[in-house]
Design a protein around this ligand. Structure first.
Ligand SMILES: *Cc1c(COP(=O)(O)O)cnc(C)c1O
Length: 374
């Protein structure tokens, strides 16, 4: 029987798609705490602690680490608009929807974008990047997606920053689907700017985009000749509020999404209680468990080097794409994702993110799929 649709009481789905991921009750309770003013000292203490927790999860000492108001795409726009000036040449890795979006966003910032492309499902190699840098030596920034959610490809990043920095360029990374679920070392890997989202491996509702900017990025922003095009995302103003830096103490820029900050604070608390290493290991384990089950059913993976947080699989021959996903939702309350972009109708995306990456969910989705595909 289909679940009855109620606008008053949303159903409790098992969110195993490309995001949002299941939100633990502790986070929902935090969201419901009394709303404080955005300059209330008690709120500022919560915000400061949230930024400190973000530094731990990003594995960075960057002072300028904070949650941008908006979803992951706001983080992408924030990084692009603050670090690019019209006329700048940039390199972007394009091997899926999110790399294509990054290219589009950077072009809208006035950049000339040189795309380094790989087939959907493949990753960008260091050799490709090195060749592109040699061909375009005046590049100011290199952008790459760590976890390409549209194909499930897991992009290696180690060693990339050295090549980028050798050309005096900045290294910017999309970590929306990897933060809190995959190994990600901002300082050790030489990442200058990074953004993520709350509703993937952090298991918080959508609405904030954690970002972090290192010293090189700050120097670049301070040397800008032109104003940042976006008023809302201009870090030179935002940092006065988030870090109290730049003189004058904390000043109003826009009203922070107070209750979302509570939720992120709690979600990060849960990550740190579990321990980052343990959490990353759990994501790896659950991926292997799901993979073994799918492969036993004859279902293969799209990417050669798969993410743990997002499993992009070939739709088995003869299976009804939309019908299968509808039955999973209606009969089992399970959401999985369809294919995105060129993968539409060809792939399913099973997310095992944060609170969703459990033995219970893996075994449940395998059993449900087996039943529906019978
Ligand atoms: C989900 C996602 C985004 C966009 O985040 P929104 O929260 O949907 O705005 C960007 N990049 C990647 C890799 C993503 O998976």
């Amino acid at each position: 029987m289909p679940h009855p649709i109620s606008t008053a009481f949303p159903a409790e789905r098992i969110l195993l798609g490309p995001g949002p991921s299941p939100v633990p009750q502790r986070v929902l309770r935090a969201l419901a705490a009394p709303t404080l003013g955005h300059l209330d000292p008690q709120y500022l203490a919560i915000m400061d602690e949230t930024c400190a927790r973000l530094r731990e999860v990003f594995q960075t000492k960057n002072a300028l680490t904070f949650p941008v108001s908006g979803t992951g795409m706001a983080g992408m726009e924030c990084v692009a608009t603050n670090l690019i000036e019209p006329g700048d040449e940039v390199i972007v890795g394009v091997n899926g929807v999110f790399g294509s979006r990054m290219k589009d966003v950077m072009e809208r910032c006035g950049a000339t974008v040189h795309a380094v492309e790989a087939a959907w499902g493949d990753v960008i190699t260091l050799e490709q990047l090195t060749a592109a840098l040699a061909a375009h030596p005046h590049v100011k920034l290199v952008g790459i997606v760590h976890a390409e959610t549209s194909t499930g490809a897991h992009q290696p990043l180690e060693g990339f920053a050295d090549a980028v920095h050798a050309h005096g360029a900045l290294f910017a990374v999309d970590a929306v689907t990897s933060l809190g679920g995959h190994e990600l070392r901002v300082d050790d890997w030489g990442i200058d700017a990074i953004y993520s989202g709350t509703q993937k491996c952090l298991s918080c509702p959508p609405g904030l985009s954690p970002v972090s900017f290192g010293e090189r990025a700050l120097t670049r922003m301070d040397a800008r000749k032109t104003k940042v095009q976006s008023w809302y995302l201009d870090v030179s103003m935002l940092r006065k509020y988030y870090t109290g830096g730049g003189g004058g103490g904390r000043v109003y820029h826009h009203t922070a999404p107070i209750n979302m900050t509570y939720a992120l604070h709690e979600a990060l608390g849960i990550v740190l209680e579990e321990g980052l290493e343990n959490r990353i290991a759990r994501h790896a384990e659950m991926h292997l468990r799901l993979r073994a089950g799918l492969e036993a059913m004859g279902i293969g993976y799209v990417p050669k080097r798969s993410l743990h947080s997002l499993n992009c699989i070939h739709i088995p021959a003869g299976a009804d794409d939309a019908g299968t996903r509808r039955r999973l939702l209606e009969e089992y309350g399970i959401e999985i994702g369809g294919g995105l972009g060129v993968m539409a109708g060809k792939a399913w995306r099973i997310g095992l993110m944060g609170h969703g990456a459990t033995v219970r969910n893996v075994d449940l989705v395998l059993a449900a799929l087996r039943e529906v595909l019978r």
